[in-house]
Structures are given as structure tokens and as C-alpha cells.
Ligand binder design. Structure first.
Ligand SMILES: [Zn+2]
Length: 445
């Protein structure tokens, strides 16, 4: 049973073909058309999916579904993507599900919000799998976010997580794509940073940013261009990245004061490209904004890299989507979300009660262990989960006690590539989670 995941961004289309264990069999990546129509973009997506299938050495007939994480407003029931300002000609409502399915021989297509699927992927398979609460901050063309509370993506009435539009400059702020001023995205989104760089360049300020862009044959200041410019010590690039870090520190700090999550995960094209040093700088910039600076959350780099969005989109097909109730509209969504929250709460209380009976040191392990154990038992691919779980568990215990100081060691930990077995166990855990939300959704419909 193979699935395809499509990460549809303003800059690139990334496709991954995965098997039932979320192992990647083939990928394709190409620039998103910068001109044209949604039809043209959908053609490009279809070509990319076909290329990834070829790269995987499989047949389209083996693919049971295609998940798409798209930027803009998603209507899952209608299968439409609307107001995707970073895509050409997409300020309309476009039936992407039907159109893409038509281009791929009728294979079912599932739709999700790009940032939400990225966060889901990190929660199920990546840096977030050890945490119950976190905020994902994805720095790409814009700055998107996702809030996870009690292992569930919090979507509010459908639009939660717009961390990029936290206003960090009340007066004289930079113009944001949303039409307002002083939003975090106006400083830390790649589109806004490029606009500022062009403005400065027009005024005669020196930079190699555009030279590097041309040399790399990119139509825009892609993340790799910024990384290269920083490496070459380009003054303007440093200034703009410093500004972005300052904005992110301020905005994320405000979000932490509100939500008090265990972890912050920094992802997105820019976040991943600039990597750990960028994450460390953001953490440093965040601390002064915290009401409780002595207990900051762990600030982590997204682990799944450039493929996180595509992996998350592929999860949509599996039914592993914390967003499930979220993406519905109106009363059904609210009801589903409430039901799901209730179930989670009940589950947690039961888990806590069970854990209370054990020795305090193993509390955290007890909480997460069942899913992991089950996974270990089922798969021959199990190699080192026991060791890894053991080393990760203390951090989790610390988290449970809300004593984040030791977390910084976890935060600093290099985002190692995951062993396959770990992934399997993570997805199993996610699968368990989803049952709850799915059941809730069913109940409410
Ligand atoms: Zn804004």
C-alpha cells in the first residue's frame, strides 16, 4: 500500500512516495510555477507525482491515495484550495482535489493545510514525538504555525496557528502580506525579506544576494541563497536574518507566554536550511520575552527536513491526521473538536492514574511506552528503539515535572536521522491518537 505526499509551497513542489511504514521510496522536487494559473500548477503537481513514482520504481496503480498540503484556505469537503496568495492566479477557489485526481487516473486525493501537515509530520514522526504540547513555527515564503495541545493540533474554529501574524511592532511596523503592519512574517517570511532586500538594493546598498540567486538560477531568494550569502558574510543578508531572528524571538516568546508549551519546533524551508545555529539564535532571542525565562520550552529543529511537508501530506492518506475534525467546517467541526478534546482528556487522566501507580522515575516512560512496545513487538525492523527510548525518557520525565532547565541539553541535541523502527513506533502512537479523533468525528456527524 503506497501513498504519495505533495508539499505544495510557494517556491517548490516536493513529492514523496512512501510505503505503509512511512519509508520513502522515491521523491521529486521542482519549482512551483511563478506565473500562470491553478490549472498549470496542478499540471506541475501531477507531473511531479508521476516523476516520484518513476523514481520509486513502482506503478501508479500501486498508489492508494495522494495527500496534498497546500497553502491557503482548505475546504476538505469541497476539495478546494482558496486564496493561496503565494501561488500564481490562485486568489480564487479552485477544486484541486478533483483536478489533480483527474490528472492521475482517478486516484483519491486528500487535502490539508501545508503547515498543519508539516506539524503533524513532526508530531507523528519527527522532533515532536516526545512531547504532548508544542508550537511548530515554519519559516518559508511566509511564517506558518501549528499549536499542539495534549497531542492534538489545536485549530480553533479552523484558523488557529497563524503565528506569522502575531504583531510584534505596534508602530511603524514593516508591511505584511496580510495587509497589516508589523507582523512577525513581515520580518521573518522569505517573501518579505526579499522585498526588503530589493528595496535596500535599489537604494544602492551593497549585497551579493541577487548575484547568488542568479548563479543558482533561482527566480527568488530561496533559502539556499540566504544560506550561501550568510556563509559569504554578506552584510545585508546578515542584517535581514538578524532582523528575522529578532522578530521570531519576540513573536514566539509571546506565543509561549500564552500557551506554555513543552517545545517549539522550527521548520520550514528557511528554518531547515539555516539549521541549528538559526534555531539557537531564535532560542536566545526568545528568552528575554518570556514571563518565566527560567523555564523556557525546548527549541528544536524540525527533524524531517525538506521532506516533512510531503511526509505529512502522505499521512493524510493514511488517516493519521490530527487535523481531521479541524478541517471540517461549521458546527460539525466544533462538535468533533470538543468530543475529541474530551476523549483525549479522559485518556490522559486514565494514563496519569495508571502512571501514578508506578515508580516516579518511570512515569513518563509508562505514559508513552505502550505504543512503543507494541511497535517493537510487531516489527522485525526493530533495531535500537529500546536504547533510544531509554535515553529520551528522562527528558520526557523532566518535562512532566515542568523543569525545563535540563531540557536545554535536549534542545541542543543534534537532530539525528531516525532509525526506521522509531518511525514505525511513532506512527503507531499517532495511529492510536487518531482513532480517538476519528471516532469523535464520526460520532458528531
Ligand atoms: Zn500579517
Amino acid at each position: 500500500m503506497l501513498r504519495a505526499g505533495v508539499d505544495l509551497g510557494g517556491t517548490k513542489i516536493q513529492v514523496a512516495i512512501v510505503d505503509e511504514n512511512d519509508q520513502i521510496l522515491g521523491t521529486d522536487r521542482r519549482p512551483t510555477p511563478t506565473t500562470g494559473t491553478p490549472d498549470g500548477v496542478t499540471d506541475a503537481i501531477a507531473s511531479s507525482v508521476k516523476a516520484a513514482i518513476t523514481a520509486a520504481g513502482v506503478d501508479l496503480a500501486k498508489v492508494v491515495g495522494v495527500g496534498v498540503g497546500g497553502p491557503g484556505q482548505i475546504n476538505v469537503e469541497a476539495g478546494t484550495l482558496s486564496n493561496a496568495g503565494n501561488l500564481p492566479g490562485w486568489m480564487i477557489t479552485y477544486p484541486i482535489v478533483a483536478e489533480l485526481s483527474k490528472r492521475l487516473g482517478g486516484v483519491p486525493v486528500f487535502l490539508g493545510n501545508d503547515v498543519q501537515v508539516g506539524v503533524n509530520a513532526e508530531v507523528a514522526l519527527g522532533a515532536g514525538r516526545e512531547y504532548d504540547s508544542l508550537i511548530g513555527v515554519f519559516c518559508g515564503t511566509g511564517v506558518g504555525g501549528g499549536i499542539v495541545i495534549d497531542d492534538e493540533l489545536w485549530i480553533g474554529r479552523g484558523a488557529a496557528g497563524e503565528i506569522g501574524h502575531i504583531q510584534i511592532m505596534a508602530k511603524g511596523g514593516a508591511p505584511c502580506g496580510c495587509g497589516r503592519f508589523g507582523c512577525m512574517e513581515a520580518y521573518a517570511g522569505r517573501a518579505a525579506m526579499e522585498e526588503q532586500a530589493r528595496k535596500w538594493a535599489r537604494k544602492g546598498r551593497r549585497t551579493d544576494l541577487f548575484k547568488i540567486m542568479k548563479k543558482k538560477e533561482k527566480p527568488r531568494l530561496a533559502s539556499g541563497v540566504w544560506a550561501k550569502a550568510l556563509k559569504k558574510n554578506d552584510k545585508m543578508a546578515h542584517k535581514l536574518i538578524d532582523r528575522a531572528v529578532w522578530a521570531l524571538g519576540s513573536g514566539i516568546g509571546s506565543a509561549v507566554n500564552l500557551v506554555d508549551p513543552e517545545a517549539i519546533i522550527i521548520g520550514g524551508g528557511l528554518g531547515i536550511r539555516l539549521g541549528q545555529p538559526f534555531v539557537d539564535s531564535i532560542r536566545e532571542a526568545m528568552i528575554p520575552h518570556l514571563i518565566k525565562p527560567d523555564t523556557p520550552p525546548a527549541v528544536l529543529l524540525a527533524e524531517l527536513g525538506d521532506l516533512g511537508g510531503a511526509l505529512g501530506a502522505a499521512l493524510l492518506v493514511k488517516g493519521i491526521k490530527v487535523t481531521d475534525p479541524a478541517l471540517r467546517t461549521g458546527a460539525a467541526a466544533k462538535k468533533a473538536a470538543t468530543e475529541s478534546a474530551k476523549k483525549t482528556a479522559a485518556k490522559k487522566t486514565a494514563a496519569k492514574k495508571a502512571a501514578a501507580k508506578k515508580a516516579p522515575a518511570t512515569k513518563a516512560a509508562a505514559k508513552k511506552a505502550p505504543a512503543k512496545k507494541a511497535a517493537a513487538g510487531t516489527s522485525a525492523a526493530t533495531k535500537a528503539p529500546a536504547k533510544k527510548t531509554a535515553t529520551k525518557a528522562p527528558a520526557k520525565a523532566a518535562a512532566a515535572k515542568k523543569a525545563p532547565t535540563p531540557r536545554s541539553s535536549a534542545a541542543k541535541k543534534a537532530p539525528a536521522k531516525k532509525a526506521p523502527a522509531k518511525k514505525a513506533s511513532a506512527s503507531k502512537a499517532a495511529a492510536t491518537k487518531v482513532t480517538t479523533s476519528k471516532a469523535a468525528a464520526k460520532k458528531s456527524s
